[in-house]
Design a binder for this molecule. Structure first.
Ligand code: SF4
Length: 160
């Protein structure tokens, strides 16, 4: 993991699951595994969130919710699917109401396998997400700067 200039805020959402992965995610946020030592902060507000950590699969009832949460998050953002249910639908894949993994509805950047996903694997996914978020933030800021410079150049040309 490179230099992190900002502590990304993390939003945790449980889709259609047995809650096994959620218990492991919560363990990661306690002092035992202490995921916050890698710079993340847990939040319940999608509008403040940078990393979307989803457990469980997508079903017909939660699909719109997952999409809305993702859309409410500001850019840049990173999505982590935790556990096989979030990765592919897992053991619930063939159930009548299951659509599949999180990537049936939103773009997923990092897949954390396991049933349940182990805390070490979840932390690994979070560390990767923090690094990817930093990379995207740098690109986003460089793009903003270039657009500003281009707009200023256009202003100067129009003034001549
Ligand atoms: S991956 Fe396993 S433990 Fe995690 S939510 Fe699905 S069934 Fe439960």
């Amino acid at each position: 993991m490179g230099i992190v200039k900002k502590s990304p805020w993390l939003l945790h959402y449980d889709g259609s699951s047995c809650n096994g992965c959620d218990i492991e995610v919560l363990a990661c946020l306690t002092p035992v595994y202490d995921a916050e030592r890698f710079g993340i902060v847990n939040t319940g507000d999608p509008m403040q969130a940078d990393i979307f950590l989803i457990t469980g699969g997508i079903n017909q009832a939660n699909q719109a919710v997952v999409k809305q949460l993702y859309d409410q998050m500001p850019k840049p953002k990173v999505v982590v699917a935790v556990g096989v249910c979030a990765c592919t639908g897992g053991i619930f894949k063939d159930c009548y109401n299951i659509i599949g993994g999180a990537d049936t509805t939103i773009p997923v950047d990092i897949y954390v396998p396991g049933c349940a996903a182990r805390p070490q694997a979840i932390i690994d996914g979070i560390v990767k997400a923090v690094a990817l978020f930093q990379e995207r933030t740098d690109e986003h800021n460089a793009e903003k700067k270039a657009n500003k410079r281009a707009a200023k150049g256009k202003e100067n040309n129009d003034g001549n």
